[in-house]
Design a protein around this ligand. Structure first.
Ligand SMILES: Cc1ncc(C[n+]2csc(CCOP(=O)(O)OP(=O)(O)O)c2C)c(N)n1
Ligand code: SF4
Ligand SMILES: [Mg+2]
Length: 296
């Protein structure tokens, strides 16, 4: 069990109690947006005052996939594309936990795409933080299912011709109960969205746009991390309640941000309890909140 015991000292970063400081320096490049997302998430944990002994974080593989390893929470660094099924098992076995999946676009909707759509369809009670950097960052900038049309990647040197996913639309049309998108420049709004999503139930997606400042920006001649921030500043448009189908991202086009879905609907757990309660009656023994074997 890992807990935050002491608040930050004056000389420490305010969120350092939420991080495994013995693992710092981290592997992320200077100007990468992933660190900003981690800071916002740690602030949201602090401000919601959730019991950190009841929070678990699961990542897959990739630059974003390193997040679980840096957070001072019960953390699992799983195999590529398998963060969602791992988290699903964890949630089913320990229903009282807040289970957070924190991973990259390639991990969650490339190799892990099948798991993502089914967890959303089932309304599995998971908070999914997806850092969309438009590329496979860790392995050299290959094309991802999120690479905008005509953008260059290391495997599409003449520009991408594959239509990408519009992730809010994908999640919402499968059954997600909460869907929001921000860029890594929107720190206050992103923190607020995390705080909200922490308190909701069902499959919740917070997509954070943070184009890989090393590979995507270099291959597409987009300048420095500072230039990327300026681009978000000038091109992000906040449209709460926008139809998720209307928020695709074109290369260097507008980035529509905001909260698109926030619905209270029965989760997988609710449906399962209702169904087995009805069909099995007294014979149905629900999983106790602290987990365990039903058929002991
Ligand atoms: C089964 C398997 N296939 C391929 C890889 C190589 N691999 C590691 S990370 C990665 C891409 C990660 O992309 P993304 O999830 O977008 O993370 P990013 O690094 O961009 O944050 C790939 C293909 C692997 N580790 N395991
Ligand atoms: S390679 Fe890209 S995504 Fe990975 S840490 Fe560097 S800037 Fe971030
Ligand atoms: Mg990526």
């Amino acid at each position: 069990m890992t807990t935050v015991t002491e608040p930050a000292a004056d000389h420490e970063h305010p969120v350092s109690p939420y991080l495994r400081m013995d693992r710092i320096p981290h592997i992320w490049c200077p100007t990468c947006g992933i660190g900003t997302v981690v800071k916002c998430f740690a602030t949201a944990l602090e401000e919601t005052e959730v019991d950190l002994n009841k929070v678990s974080i699961v990542s897959g593989i990739g630059c974003t996939g390193r997040v679980a390893g840096y957070m001072k929470l019960d953390a699992f660094h799983t195999t590529h594309g398998r963060a969602v099924p791992f988290a699903t098992g964890l949630k089913l076995g320990r229903p009282e936990l807040l289970v957070v999946v924190f991973s990259g676009d390639g991990d969650l909707v490339g190799i892990g795409g099948n798991h993502f759509v089914h967890a959303a369809r089932r309304r599995m009670d998971l908070l999914v933080v997806l850092v969309n950097n438009f590329i496979y960052g860790m392995t050299g900038g290959q094309n991802a299912p999120t690479t905008p049309l005509s953008a260059k990647s290391s495997t599409m040197p003449y520009g991408n011709f594959e239509p990408p996913f519009n992730l809010p639309h994908l999640a919402a049309s499968c059954g997600a109960t909460y869907v929001a998108r921000w860029t890594s420049l929107h720190t206050r709004r992103l923190t607020r969205s995390f705080k909200e999503a922490i308190t909701r139930r069902g499959f919740r997606l917070v997509e954070v746009i943070a184009p890989c400042s090393t590979l995507y920006a270099r291959l597409n001649k987009l300048g420095t991390g500072f230039d990327l921030m300026r681009f978000y500043h000038d091109n992000a448009e906040i449209r709460h309640g926008a139809d998720p189908a209307d928020v695709p991202i074109a290369f260097q086009g507008k980035i529509v941000c905001g909260k698109f879905v926030d619905e209270e609907l029965p989760t997988f757990d609710d449906l399962m309890h209702e169904h087995y309660g009805k069909t099995l009656g007294d014979e149905y023994v629900p999983m106790p909140p602290e987990g365990g074997w039903i058929h002991e």
